[in-house]
Ligand binder design. Structure first.
Ligand code: AMP
Ligand code: MG
Length: 412
């Protein structure tokens, strides 16, 4: 039996980022860049007006005030998307719209609100300073500049940057295809009537949602029954995908054939059993370099192992560098029993008071009780050496429900 820390380390040592694929910008949001992006252009590509107003020479208008305006003759109206025809020379101005190209000779824009038009002329009633309301060419991005680094998680502003530098396709890490294999004679599909002794194969749905939440592509497979031959065949089939997750059949029962099937397939098994609760029977191996996670069958154990081990691995495969869930410090809300010698992950709910978190157990911690995982947003990490988690103890809590931090119920 190995420690949680060793299990994470051993798994991640075997994981490398997926190859890149070119995707269109509409599909690139949330993906991770597998290339560095340099701009081949200036953004904006030309000096332009930031306001609707008049393009002028600062020298002409620097003394203009409301009581002593400067009059200029108007050469033309420059619309956004058009190219100016005339150069602005002493005593002249061109009317210009936001985003339109600055005409030669002009260095400053005066806002419409500070002017008055009359008979082919304009009265300038205010001067701010030289160059006001002009956006210089390359003000946002220069040619040759690195716009986005490799490993960047593409957010909407990043996608806009890529568009403005003219990149319609970008290289991002492939999303891993994750096979999900459920094992067990007792399992029925969600829409089947349950016969005596049967339960719904909930793990397949839980894990498919978890894989999708991380950004992977879940591939649920048909249920494998508890025979060595069937599990071996199913595992062999599953190993065509980038990652394999199985649930069940890794304990010490008479019909737990997953480990034996792994061995028969020639899998390199790195470990079996981790000193933790829930999730102790976890096993991990490699078949043709593909990671294989043998998750326990109990619904909570399977999902907790997913968060602890599978999720970081999938994130590394997708090119992320921040692999682990966020951790907050909290105080234990009530005395909690725990197994000595095992790291215990206690399903909990966090309350925040005066900037301080308290963690309360969500109830029964049996590894079959999924509702207590559904109720909470985190997992307290009870250190292996403790026989009990006393009320008031400082403890780390893994945050599983990102929404708790991504959203607020109060307006700002
Ligand atoms: P096992 O690890 O195969 O001994 O299974 C442990 C417990 O998890 C048993 O009570 C199983 O019925 C249950 N279990 C196994 N697989 C699933 C599944 N796919 N969905 C829901 N429960 C499961
Ligand atoms: Mg089983």
């Amino acid at each position: 039996m190995i420690s949680v820390h060793d299990a994470v380390t051993m798994i991640l040592e075997t994981i490398t980022p997926q190859a890149g694929e070119r995707v269109g910008l509409l599909e690139a949001g949330g993906r991770i860049l597998a290339e560095e992006i340099r701009s081949e252009r200036e953004v904006p590509p030309f000096a332009n007006s930031a306001m609707d107003g008049y393009a002028v020479r600062w020298d002409d208008i620097q003394h203009a005030t409301a009581t002593d305006p400067t009059s200029l003759s108007v050469l033309e109206v420059i619309q956004a998307g058009a190219v100016p025809i005339q150069a602005v020379m002493i005593g002249t101005a061109s009317k210009i719209m936001t985003g339109a190209v600055m005409p030669h000779g002009a260095d400053t824009v005066v806002r419409i609100e500070d002017t008055e038009e009359y008979e082919g002329h304009v009265r300038i009633k205010r001067s701010e300073f030289s160059g006001t309301h002009v956006r210089a060419s390359g003000e946002d991005i220069h040619r040759g500049q690195v716009v986005l680094d490799k490993g960047r998680v593409l957010r909407p502003a990043d996608i806009g940057l890529l568009a403005s530098v003219g990149r319609s396709l970008v290289l991002v890490h492939q999303r891993p295809r994750v096979a999900i294999l459920s094992t067990g004679n007792e399992l029925a599909e969600v829409d089947e009537a349950l016969r005596p002794g049967q339960i719904v194969n909930s793990n397949a749905y839980t894990l498919a949602a978890a894989v999708r939440e991380v950004g992977g592509i879940p591939v649920p497979l048909v249920i494998a029954r508890d025979t060595l031959a069937e599990i071996r065949a199913a595992l062999g089939e599953a190993a065509r995908h980038d990652v394999v997750l199985s649930t069940g059949g890794v304990s010490v029962g008479d019909f737990d054939f997953v480990k034996a099937a792994m061995d028969e397939l020639g899998m390199h098994r790195l470990f079996w059993q981790v000193a933790q609760r829930p999730g102790k029977p976890l096993t991990f191996g490699l078949l043709r370099e593909r990671p294989y996670f043998g998750l326990p069958g109990n619904p909570v154990s399977a999902l907790v192992c997913f968060y602890l081990y599978v999720r970081p691995a999938l994130r590394r495969m997708m090119g992320h560098t921040k692999l682990f869930p966020p951790v907050v410090s909290a105080t234990v809300g009530e005395d909690l029993p725990k197994a000595k010698g095992l790291t215990e992950f206690v399903r909990c709910r966090l309350t925040l008071k005066d900037g301080h978190y308290t963690a309360h157990s969500t109830g029964t911690q049996s590894s079959g009780v999924l509702s207590s995982l559904s109720l909470g947003e985190g997992l307290m990490i009870g250190p292996a050496e403790y026989p009990l988690l006393p009320k008031g103890m400082h403890i780390k809590v893994l945050i599983l429900d990102g929404d708790e931090f991504a959203g607020s119920d109060a307006p700002f």
